[in-house]
Design a protein around this ligand. Structure first.
Ligand SMILES: Cc1ncc(COP(=O)(O)OP(=O)(O)O)c(N)n1
Ligand SMILES: Cc1nc(C(=O)O)sc1CCOP(=O)(O)O
Ligand SMILES: [Mg+2]
Length: 203
């Protein structure tokens, strides 16, 4: 999977950043009504299709199914209500959040396209009951996940990427470092360059 996994909170971000060469983007909408959420997902699908970028829809697996999207991200609570049979029948891949061993076992049982581990570093985005997992935990998760790709998330920056990839993460997800950057477009370019550099570095 692509090393750079951009997560944005609104389709306006997606429109601005995907054309820079982003290949994997998650639309993580919170606190919008159903109509607005659907409109955003539909618009994001169009932008991504035009730029050969994989769209991942966070949380709203049902709207994703209805709108013909082919990839969703689900947290452990989202998994409680998700219809995995319907997702599989429609060929919709899913990535799953994990934070401890029990969650990882539960996630791996579902046959995910990837598992995410976080927060690797402290995150400003949301309050979480888990402290920073650290790079040893990334290494451990990589061994436990086997062939399932591992996404690292939480407090990531371009400067932290070499360590995260060396520990075994296949992909690095980011929100704050880009959305709160003084120049989000320039920061996105830095992320792409840092991820490309990691691809050229022997493991
Ligand atoms: C790549 C990735 N990893 C983890 C999450 C978090 O999902 P979740 O625990 O459901 O929390 P919310 O993002 O829905 O608040 C994610 N979205 N993406
Ligand atoms: C949305 C999210 N989920 C996490 C998890 O551990 O499941 S950490 C996280 C926040 C990631 O954002 P930032 O790059 O701003 O730290
Ligand atoms: Mg969720």
């Amino acid at each position: 999977m692509d090393r750079f996994y951009l997560i944005v909170s609104d389709v306006l971000w997606l429109r601005a950043l995907v054309p820079l060469g982003v290949r994997l983007v998650q639309l993580r909408i919170k606190d919008r009504d159903a109509a607005e959420t659907r409109a955003q997902i539909r618009a994001a699908r169009e932008v991504c299709a035009a730029h050969n970028c994989q769209l991942v829809v966070n949380d709203y697996w049902q709207i994703a199914l209805e709108e013909g999207c082919d990839f969703v991200h689900l947290g452990q609570e989202d998994m409680d209500s998700a219809d995995f049979t319907a997702l599989r029948r429609a060929g919709v891949r899913f990535g799953l959040s994990t934070h401890d061993e029990t969650e990882l076992d539960r996630a791996l049982d579902k046959g995910p396209a990837y598992v995410a581990l976080g927060p690797v570093y402290p995150t400003l985005l949301k309050k979480m009951k888990w402290g920073p997992q650290g790079l040893d935990r990334v290494r451990d998760w990589k061994a436990r996940a086997g062939k399932v790709p591992l996404v690292a998330i939480g407090g990531l920056t371009p400067e932290r990427l070499p360590g995260v990839f060396a520990a075994g993460a296949d992909s690095a997800a980011v929100v704050t470092d880009i959305q709160r950057a003084a120049d989000p477009l320039a920061r996105t370019a830095e992320w792409i360059a840092a991820c490309d550099a990691a691809d050229l570095t022997p493991a």
